[in-house]
Design a protein around this ligand. Structure first.
Ligand code: GLU
Length: 378
């Protein structure tokens, strides 16, 4: 079974786990390893790819900087440890990427930031802007405010959501194991590495289940959960060992790993989601000029909107209709119904002064718009 090549991907999320980043005996960052990883990231970046990093390590690093005794931490202890660790982690990433002339931007997200549509749009557009500026976003869960009930807890699933949220076409989970095995390799000498997983079936999940006890938090089970999130949104995923130096170069050279393939691609999967799975909360009727602009692949500006109907929040799906009420498409709207009503028909600069803040120039950004969706849906 063949798999795609690293060089063919456009936007890659690389997740780095705490056990790779932090030397457990010394309690410090494994600097030479991290520098080698940063060189790999820089190579992809300089080849024109968008690279995002999801980095764990805030709690582990904070714990060692604070010289906390070993043993389980209470919630508020791990939150406070993360506050100390995250600041150090951000500095290290900024230094190692800065050495290659790359700016690093820290993004701390909570579960709600990725699951609530309004906040999801905010995080997505900040990350897009960073990428447009050719910076590398370095992302972690906001562990200082995350509580047990409302947190990811593992960065495998967080990284998968970040990948789907940003329409990345590849997610790489660097792990302490080089991929998914048919059975736990530590206890099963004839366990085989599975190079390609075409679909996450019950059999695949069972293999992960068997292996879960072998590894600490974020074991194989959360990696398989991540694979489900990623592949269902059109993002390929791979698990590879991060224990070696230059782990990304090793993947590019065909080193051992497990690929989880998806038949879709992130842009079409997202557009399908916008067009088909979301219940529209309102209708925007637009003028003929805006219809032509949308059909030419442009964004919908406030100026082109004639009528606003329905009760919707920022980030909700809305139906877009032409002046003859025919459906032109669907999209995620950047303003709530009240503000959309206030700025309809106005230029983007008028809209900014009406709202008193300079918000987004577009009513619906073209990345959030599907033109030619289902018709006659009234
Ligand atoms: N967000 C946690 C941290 O930075 C890591 C979660 C994980 O280990 O996956 O410490």
């Amino acid at each position: 079974m063949s798999h795609p090549k690293l060089k063919n991907f456009r936007r890659i999320v690389v997740k780095v786990g705490s056990s790779l980043l932090i030397d457990s005996a010394a309690g410090e960052v494994r600097e030479s390893w991290l520098k080698a990883l940063a060189a790999d990231i820089a190579k992809l970046h300089h080849a024109g790819k968008d690279v995002l990093v999801v980095s764990s390590g805030s709690i582990a690093l904070g714990r060692s900087r604070l010289k906390l005794p070993s043993g389980a931490l209470k919630l508020e202890e791990s939150q406070a440890a993360a506050a100390v660790g995250q600041i150090a982690l951000a500095r290290i990433w900024s230094e190692v990427l800065g050495a290659h002339g790359i700016g690093a931007g820290q993004i701390l997200v909570t579960l709600q930031d990725t699951e609530e549509r309004r906040r999801y749009l905010n995080a997505r557009s900040t990350i897009s802007k960073l990428l447009e500026w050719r910076a590398v976003p370095v992302i972690n869960e906001n562990d200082t405010v995350a509580t047990n009930e409302i947190r990811y807890g593992d960065n495998d699933r967080l990284a998968a959501r970040v990948a789907t949220m940003t329409s990345a076409d590849l997610l790489i989970l660097l792990s302490d194991i080089d991929g998914l095995y048919t059975a736990p390799p530590a206890v099963t000498p004839d366990a085989r590495l599975i190079p390609v997983v075409e679909a996450v079936t019950a059999d695949i999940e069972a293999m992960a289940g068997a292996a879960a006890s072998e590894f600490s938090r974020g074991g194989m089970r959360t990696k398989i959960e991540a694979a489900k999130i990623a592949t269902s949104a059109g993002t390929h995923m791979l698990i590879a060992s991060g224990k070696i130096d230059h782990p990304l170069r090793a993947i590019a050279d065909g080193g051992p790993c497990t690929w989880f393939l998806t038949p879709a691609n992130p842009v079409t999967a997202r557009k399908r989601w916008i067009a088909g799975s979301l219940e529209p909360k309102g209708i925007l009727t637009i003028d003929a000029g805006a219809v032509a602009a949308l059909r030419a692949g442009k964004s919908l500006l406030p100026a082109g909107v004639i009528r606003v109907e329905g009760q919707f929040a920022r980030g909700d799906a809305v139906v877009v209709r032409g002046p003859d009420t025919h459906e032109i498409g669907r999209g995620l709207v950047a303003y709530d119904a009240e503000n959309a009503e206030r700025i309809k028909g106005r230029s983007s600069s008028d809209a900014a002064s009406i709202l008193g803040v300079s918000g987004r120039a577009e009513m619906i950004h073209r990345d959030d718009l599907v033109v030619g969706g289902p018709r006659n849906t009234d």
